[in-house]
Each structure stands twice: as C-alpha cells, then as structure tokens.
Design a protein around this ligand. Structure first.
Ligand code: NAD
Ligand code: DAU
Length: 352
C-alpha cells in the first residue's frame, strides 16, 4: 500500500486541532500535513504537544489560493484530504457574510479542483472527506423529529448556506468525476481549545470574570451537544471505513435548551470556584435574538452507529465537567486568546 499523505485543512482550529492530534499520535506511518491560514480562529498553541512529531508538518496558506494549493498537492503528493478549514461562527456570518462564501465555497471548490487535477483518474486509496455541519438541514420544530441523512437541505444563515453549498460541490465532484468523496454532518461541539466566541467557552470565561451572560432571545433554542474528542473519533471512523459517496450524521442524542445549559454551566463553575451555587445565574442577561435564529437542531446518528460502530464515549456530565476543568486550569490559554498574544506563536516558532 502506498504511503498516505493526508492534508488536514483548518488543523489549527478547534476541531481540526483535535483531529490532527488524534491522527498524528494514532497513525505514525501517515504523513499529516496541516494547512491553515491562521485566521483569528487558528491557534498553533493548540498543537504544541505534537508539533515536533516526525510525521507532522504545518503549512501556512489559504485554501482559496489556486496556484498555492495546486503546488501543495503536487509537492506533498497529497493522497487524502480531511477538509475542516472554514469560517465557522454564525454571528460573524450575519455581520460579514462574504468571507464565508469565499472561504467555504470557493475554498472547497479549489481543493476539489486541485485533488482532481493531481489525482487524475486514480481512485484507489484516495479520499476527499468534507467535515460539515447539521445546520445544512435547517431548523426543527420542538417535537421528536431528528435530522437524518435523508432530511432535505434547508440552510437559513449565510454560514449554513455556505456549508450546504460546499457539501453540494463535494457531491458534484464525486458524481461527475468519480472522485472518492465522503461527508459527515455533525452537531454542536464543545471541549478544550474552542475559540471563546462560541457559547460554552464564552460563558465559562464570563462566569469566571463575573461578566454578563448574553442569552439570545428567551434562551429557548435547542442544540445537540457532542464532545469534540468524540467527534474526532467519529471522523477517524468515517475516514477509514466510510463508504465513498455516503453521508454520515454525527451527534450524541444530547439536546439542551440554551437556558438550561447556561444554568448548569453557572452552577458547575460556582461549585468549582467555591462560590454559592446559583449565584452566577444572576449574570444571565436576556438580549436581542440572533437574526434568523434556528430553533432546534437534533441529530439521528443511527447510521454511523450501525455501519461504523461509533458512539460517543463521553456522557454530557463527564464531558462538561472535564471541559469546565480544562478552561479553569488553562486560564493562560484564554488570556492569550483574548489578548491576541496567541497570534505571535507562528512567527516565533516557524519563521526564525
Ligand atoms: P474554527 O473556526 O475553530 O477553525 C477553523 C480553522 O480554519 C481555523 O484554524 C482557521 O484559521 C482555518 N481557516 C479559515 N479560513 C481558512 C482559509 N481560507 N484557508 C485555510 N485555513 C483557513 O472551526 P471549528 O469549530 O473547528 O470547525 C471546523 C469545521 O467543522 C468547520 O468546517 C465547521 O463548519 C465544521 N463543524 C463545526 C462544528 C462546531 O460545533 N464547531 C460542528 C459541526 C461541523
Ligand atoms: O450545529 C453545529 C454548529 O454549531 C457548527 O456548524 C458551528 O460552526 C458552531 O459555531 C455551532 O453553531 P451555533 O450557532 O449553534 O453555536 P454558538 O455557540 O454560536 O451558539 C449556540 C447557541 O447559543 C445558539 O442557539 C445561539 C446561543 N448563543 C450563542 C452565543 C455566542 C447565545 O444565546 N448567546 C451567545 O452569546
């Protein structure tokens, strides 16, 4: 079997860094090439523990740069792609949509184009894997219905529309050019190293600092939470055993109304910091709702469970507790992210 040279895009981001770490440590015979533009969301400090591994290379670059991406595929003899690089925050997509279209749509098309050009007709031991989101399916009512792989696409934010479009591009390349492709659509992730613009790290940070907790609308919206390490393990299974041309939904059957989750977070942090339990709930501040705020996401993950034998290892109780512990024990990580100091790491480590 040929050597696997796996391009992981967005590997300095939240989920990407967990995927890179898993692949670098679990598969020493694979070459892992982490391509990341290091936008505000990219943080190489997330990968300090594996940055000197002999099977790991970091490359700074943009997925929309046509010539650069073509040369990267050629020079590194890329055989596989796990594509996570994206603009990922819904609120930013509402205030600044065009960068989502450029990165998520043009960037994905550019990677597909380079893969096809360099792989030619080769389909043996190749894969183009797109890591996508459950938001492509739109919004569910408050009943027992779940998103399955057959749920029609109905994206409602610029972010989810750009991810839906990139899923369609991946399927089009698979269908038209017989490229071996696979897609997974996952629910909300939480865990270490998540940029503190997303609900859980932002609110832990604010609770610690005794700052207001801005709850959108009435906090009635529902999200289905999965620990990021469980997502990384699912990606490992889909990458190795997923059927070409297929889609796999990933989620933990773990729905929480925002307001209930926020109250639980307040109480968990209160306990850890020896504050009177319930006192941080006073920080809850109801603010204007997110424009077009999707009411409910919930994933039916029975296909990946039955076909690939994956299921989450964390319960929400163990996962949330471990996550709160991580942020409390890594306040320096949060400080360096909020001050912007993390952005100096690339220059310090890679350009001198
Ligand atoms: P993130 O914002 O933490 O990380 C994105 C990474 O992509 C960053 O390192 C950033 O520097 C990089 N990037 C952005 N634009 C780039 C470009 N033009 N060229 C190269 N690199 C670029 O995102 P995340 O939360 O880790 O999400 C990763 C992927 O998983 C995304 O595709 C997202 O849509 C998907 N996803 C996320 C979740 C979630 O809950 N966070 C759930 C399901 C799917
Ligand atoms: O479902 C998967 C998606 O989950 C991923 O594709 C996205 O990349 C990821 O960002 C996430 O999207 P959400 O919009 O669901 O995540 P966010 O953490 O931004 O918000 C979670 C919920 O909390 C949502 O209903 C909005 C609400 N919220 C969020 C923030 C940041 C608040 O009430 N207040 C806040 O300040």
């Amino acid at each position: 079997m040929n050597k696997k040279n796996i391009l992981i895009t967005g590997g300095a981001g939240f989920i990407g860094s967990h995927v890179v770490r898993l692949f670098v440590s679990k598969y020493p015979s694979y070459n892992i090439i982490n391509l990341d533009k290091l936008t505000y969301a990219g943080n190489l400090e997330n990968l300090r523990d594996i940055e000197n591994a002999t099977n790991y290379t970091f490359v700074k670059g943009c997925i929309t740069d046509e010539l650069f991406i073509h040369e990267l595929f050629t020079n590194k003899s890329i055989t596989h792609v796990i594509h996570l690089a994206a603009e990922s925050h819904v609120d930013r997509s509402i205030s600044d949509p065009l960068i989502f279209i450029k990165t998520n749509l043009l960037g994905t098309a550019n990677l597909l184009h380079a893969a096809r050009d360099t792989w030619k007709e080769a389909t043996e031991d190749r894969i183009f894997y797109h890591v996508s989101t459950d938001e492509v399916y739109g919004s569910l009512a408050m009943d027992r219905e779940l998103f399955t792989e057959k749920t029609p696409y109905d994206p409602r934010s610029p972010y989810s529309a750009s991810k839906a479009g990139s899923d369609h591009l991946v399927r089009a390349w698979g269908h038209t050019y017989h490229m071996p492709v696979v897609i997974s659509n996952c629910s909300n992730n939480y865990g270490p190293n998540q940029f503190p613009e997303k609900l859980i790290p932002l609110f832990i940070h604010n609770i610690v600092q005794k700052k207001p907790l801005p709850v959108y609308g009435k906090g009635e919206n529902v999200r289905d939470w999965l620990h990021v390490e469980d997502h990384a393990r699912a990606i490992d299974q889909v990458f190795h055993r997923g059927r070409h041309g297929e889609t796999y939904n990933i989620g933990g059957l773990n729905e929480w109304k925002n307001i209930d989750l926020i109250r639980l977070l307040c109480d968990t942090v209160d306990k850890k910091l020896h504050r009177p339990v319930g006192s941080s709930q006073d920080l809850i501040t109801f603010v204007k709702d997110r424009a077009g705020h999707d009411l409910r996401y919930a994933i039916d993950a029975s296909k990946i469970e039955k076909e690939l034998g994956w299921s989450p290892e964390y319960t929400f109780e163990t996962g949330l507790e471990a996550t709160v512990d991580w942020y409390l024990q890594n306040q320096d990580w949060l400080d360096r992210v909020t001050s912007g100091a993390y952005q100096e790491y690339y220059d310090k480590m890679y350009t001198q």
